[in-house]
Design a protein around this ligand. Structure first.
Ligand code: 5CA
Length: 441
């Protein structure tokens, strides 16, 4: 992408309304624009990151055996009356009437709708286990939308729903999502810690929030420090096998969010030097709620004994849009964002230090063409800004590698690569630079 043809509305000033660094940087780097309280438009750089995050989430969902669908944002109130949640949900639910005066709502979550889909098609335990997921916009009329995409009113969520014949199988389904979540967040450069949590309006008595530690986090959390250094299950983890040992290694150490925290237990179970009490960002939450929806909504299957039973369910959410903010909270410095390569909007920022200079233009064009042909997403700054301004923009938007090309270097046969995360600079000939960037150092 040539910057001269792109839409990158970066801001010079620090927006006054933004209280936390990720919100400030998302506005300054031109990722989002607020359209109403808690409602954002995603600008070109922002949507690229959002799509990268979503792709990682989907890969890990698929690996764990979940199947993608897409449910609508608008839902019929009738469905929610069946579960009893239409009245229970309160003011957070955005209620809408259509021209026939029928009650609709903008979905805050999808347990009812997915249960309706399930009961329309599935009759037998032989069709189980089943896990259906989608990534769709949600609306929750939060009392205090704040911190940009961290607590929005409209936000993008991946939500998965598992269906099983009995509690044991449902527990295995829960474990699959738990392990998939550990992998998902790690792939985005985040250290996530699963912590026991309150189930709230989703329901059930088993729930974990996946927490990324950050001073600006909205949750107060308490855990055993060893949870910070647990190994991430690898790519060839057998999701058909028994994942209980991976889950148990974590759940046997104390970890709780404020709502379910028990300070007496914390002090008894965790030696003083291992106690961590900190703020954190909830990037995902998993729930097991058994038959809370399937019983009232009559989503039943026939078991091996020929008897009908309500299906056992769980649901599993990831805050896809919140993750953009969470990653920035974890990965930035004074100059701007430092994207982990896996979610970066572009991998390389190619910086032409003297646009208009024949030799420099030629070298840049050649590099741009070679990188893009090799499938390296490159943002080519071909504008006639001053070098200082180009560097500042590249630092601000956080592209992992800056490839800097100027007349002085070229006359010595070199270009320069700057690694955004470390600030390390390497001079080398253009060929070597292409190789370095393609191989992904
Ligand atoms: N149905 C269940 C799981 S599928 C559910 O709705 N879970 S949730 O309420 O915990 O939401 C899932 C995730 O969405 C949260 O962990 C959080 O990361 C994200 N999320 C929730 N509310 C907001 C919000 N107002 N703004 C941004 N992200 C949010």
């Amino acid at each position: 992408m040539r910057l001269s043809h792109y839409f990158l509305p970066v801001l010079k000033e620090t927006p006054a309304e933004a209280q936390i660094v990720s919100h400030r940087l998302m506005l300054r780097a031109g990722l989002i624009r607020q359209e109403a309280a808690g409602i954002y438009a995603w600008l070109p750089l922002g949507i690229r990151v959002l799509n990268k995050i979503k792709a990682i989430v989907h890969e890990e969902m698929n690996r764990a055996g979940a199947i993608e669908i897409l449910m609508p944002t608008l839902q019929s109130a009738e469905l929610w009356r069946e579960s009893g949640r239409y009245d229970d949900y309160g003011k957070e639910m955005l209620r809408i009437k259509d021209r026939h005066d029928r009650d609709l709502l903008y979905g805050p979550t999808n347990e009812e709708m997915v249960t309706e889909i399930f009961r329309a098609y599935v009759r037998s335990y032989k069709q189980l286990p089943l896990n259906l997921y989608h990534t769709q916009w949600k609306f929750r009329d939060e009392v205090r939308p704040r911190f940009g995409v961290m607590r929005g009113r409209e936000f993008l969520m991946k939500d998965a729903y598992s269906f099983d014949i009995d509690a044991r199988a449902a527990r295995r389904a829960y474990n699959r999502m738990y392990v998939a979540y550990l992998r998902t967040f790690a792939r985005m450069g985040l250290k996530s810690i699963p912590m026991r949590a309150e189930a709230g309006p989703i329901g059930g008595d088993l729930s974990h929030e996946f927490i990324v530690l950050a001073e600006t986090g909205e949750s107060q959390v308490y855990c055993h420090k060893d949870l910070l250094d647990m190994p991430i299950p690898n790519e060839d983890t057998d999701f058909h096998g028994d994942l209980e040992s991976i889950v148990r290694a974590r759940t046997e150490l104390y970890a709780a969010t404020e709502d379910v925290h028990d300070s007496a237990r914390f002090e008894k179970e965790v030696p003083p030097e291992k106690r961590l009490s900190a703020r954190g960002i909830e990037v995902g939450q998993v729930f097991y709620f058994g038959t809370k929806y399937s019983a009232p909504m009559k989503a039943v299957v026939t078991g091996p004994d020929g008897k009908e039973v309500p299906v056992e369910m769980g649901s599993y959410g990831i805050g896809v849009s919140r993750l953009v903010g969470a990653i920035i909270e974890a990965c930035h410095d004074d100059a701007g964002i430092i994207w982990p390569v896996s979610v970066a909007p572009f991998r390389v920022a190619l910086i032409n230090l003297k646009s208009g200079d024949v030799a420099t233009d030629k070298a840049c064009e050649s590099l741009y063409s070679r990188l893009t042909t090799a499938g390296i997403e490159t943002l080519y700054d071909d504008t006639d800004e001053r070098p200082g301004a180009k560097f500042a923009t590249a630092d601000l938007i956080g592209i992992p590698y800056q490839l800097v090309v100027g007349p002085r270097g070229l006359s010595a046969g070199n270009v320069e690569i700057k690694v955004r995360a470390t600030g390390a600079k390497h001079e080398m000939p253009a060929d070597a630079a292409v190789e370095y960037l393609v191989q992904g150092n």
